[in-house]
Design a protein around this ligand. Structure first.
Ligand SMILES: [Fe+2]
Length: 321
């Protein structure tokens, strides 16, 4: 029987530095299958990369058995390449997105491992540095956000939106770091929810809802086993489903009792969900999603935060047209 292969790990051609040795076999995708493109330890020249990008080949793939090594490889790339002032903005955005995605994949694969917060903080620090470069940087990064749903990708994208909102609100670097860290890990507790509940298309039963609503608390418990958590990070994780009118969970907190990091992550979370495609509905456009958020801001979401997100998203998109 011809079974589809396991999900290979994507790496954008744009995020590969020319002449850098890649320690993994690289594959091209052919429908449900992957075919060898380059053997491990080969280098790609600028000309080769440009040629394939021109042909519309955006992504290469890596065998999923190398998930942890790939995350380590990207951690090195961020430390050595990302800081290069001569690296073009688009390539930096591609590298940041691929590296963060890979690191998040390995964090969600082993959420109770030590140093989860420290690795998340490193991802957020690079995101803050990048977003601080200005509107063009924010725009190039948010436009790389995908519309496919995977919990760890969703968390990464929520973190990018949250940091961009916080930067727009001129919050301090330390606040942004805690906010971004909390956003990155806001759904970590979903790793403890049964996958049949997470992926259920129909309505959840009462029991399934109870399980689902535990994920903010569960995420904190997983992290607290190994590391001390800043209060701002903690509130982003525990409070991202709270709503100003008291209709949220797990505590049913109201307005002033919901900390700012939680209010920001709530808006970023809903925006990313709206612009994501699900089996039961297509993705909203960015303009449609902002309209829905403005409606929801009348009761549950923080209207000031929604306004800041509109500036972040709207300005970048209009400029890039
Ligand atoms: Fe959540």
């Amino acid at each position: 029987m011809n079974l589809p292969q396991r999900r290979y790990l994507p790496i954008r051609l744009e995020s590969i530095k020319p002449e850098r040795e890649i320690p993994f076999d690289l594959f091209l995708r052919d429908g449900e299958h992957y075919v060898l493109f380059r053997r491990a330890r080969q280098m790609l020249t600028r000309g080769t990369i440009d040629k394939y990008v021109d042909r519309g080949i955006g992504d290469l793939y890596i065998d999923p058995r190398h998930q942890r090594e790939l995350a380590q490889f990207f951690e090195e790339c961020l430390a050595t390449e990302f800081v290069d002032p001569l690296m073009p903005l688009d390539r930096k955005a591609a590298l940041l997105m691929d590296a963060s995605r890979s690191i998040m994949d390995s964090i969600f694969d082993d959420p109770a491992a030590p140093k989860v917060l420290r690795r998340a903080r490193a991802v957020v620090d690079y995101t803050i540095d990048f977003v601080s470069l200005g509107r063009d940087a924010v725009s190039s990064l948010t436009q790389l956000c995908s519309h496919e749903y995977q919990t760890y990708v969703h968390c990464l994208q929520v973190s990018i939106y949250a940091v961009a909102i916080g930067n727009q609100m001129r919050l301090s670097r330390e606040f942004l770091a805690c906010l971004g860290e909390g956003a990155l890990l806001h759904d970590l507790g979903k790793t403890a929810v049964a996958s049949k509940v997470l992926t259920k298309v129909g309505e959840l039963t009462v029991g399934e809802w109870v399980e689902m609503k535990r994920h903010p608390t569960k995420g904190l418990e997983l992290l607290a086993q190994n590391e001390a958590i800043d209060e701002r990070t903690r509130s982003a994780i525990s409070g991202h489903h709270e709503r100003l009118d008291g209709s949220g969970y797990p505590e049913g907190l109201t307005r002033d009792n919901i900390a700012l990091p939680a209010r920001i992550v709530a808006v970023a979370d809903v925006y990313d969900a709206l612009t994501t495609e699900f089996p039961f509905r297509p993705a909203h456009t960015w303009e449609g999603a902002l309209k829905v958020l403005q409606e929801e801001a009348k009761a549950g979401l923080d209207a000031d935060v929604v306004r800041e997100l509109s500036v972040v998203i709207g300005t970048g998109r209009r400029k890039s047209k």
